[in-house]
Design a protein around this ligand. Structure first.
Ligand SMILES: [Zn+2]
Length: 169
């Protein structure tokens, strides 16, 4: 099997907002520039060594080819599959939902006892594992929402696996 990279960092602009969210859900370090500010995107590419992901072909003239992934399709799930396959990324279930979807920071596990005051009693009673974002301090636990996201990611992972298998045959 070809060498696979996990530690690619991305910067997305608002031409690929839903893709940026999917990449974060899957655990990839993905900066997001809300207002399509080309200068800001390029600065993040250079300063934080991030690969630019955008539908905007202009970046091809502004940065080295290796620093830009040009997204060519509209459907966010298809975009996700193509990025993962083209850049040989590893989709690891261990990394699913390991980042804050708002801040992109890696979540940290916290002791259940430490958050008793901060969540609803029902949640405290029914959940065992909690994590928190070191930036926005939100507390996360396994909820229906998280399960739905994980199922979506697993579906995308099997689509990617099938296509890799087909390409290898
Ligand atoms: Zn956060």
């Amino acid at each position: 099997m070809a060498m696979e990279k996990v530690f690619v960092r991305f910067v997305c602009d608002n031409t690929v907002g839903k893709l940026a969210r999917l990449l974060r859900m899957a655990g990839f370090d993905t900066a997001y520039v809300v207002d399509n500010d080309v200068g800001r995107v390029i600065a993040l590419c250079r300063e934080e060594d991030r690969k630019i992901v955008s539908r905007n072909s202009r970046y091809a003239e502004l940065v080295l080819a290796d620093n830009f992934y040009h997204v060519k399709v509209d459907n966010p799930e298809e975009q996700f599959c193509q990025v993962v396959i083209d850049l040989k990324l590893t989709l690891s279930t261990n990394h699913f939902l390991s980042r804050c979807l708002n801040c992109n920071r890696e979540l940290e596990e916290i002791n259940k006892a430490d958050i008793k005051e901060h969540v609803f009693p029902y949640v405290f009673k029914t959940q065992e594992r909690f994590s928190t974002c070191p930036n926005c301090n939100r507390i996360f636990w396994q909820a229906t929402h998280a399960r739905a996201i994980k199922e979506k990611l697993l579906k995308l992972k099997s689509a990617v696996d099938r296509r890799r298998q087909a390409a290898a045959d």
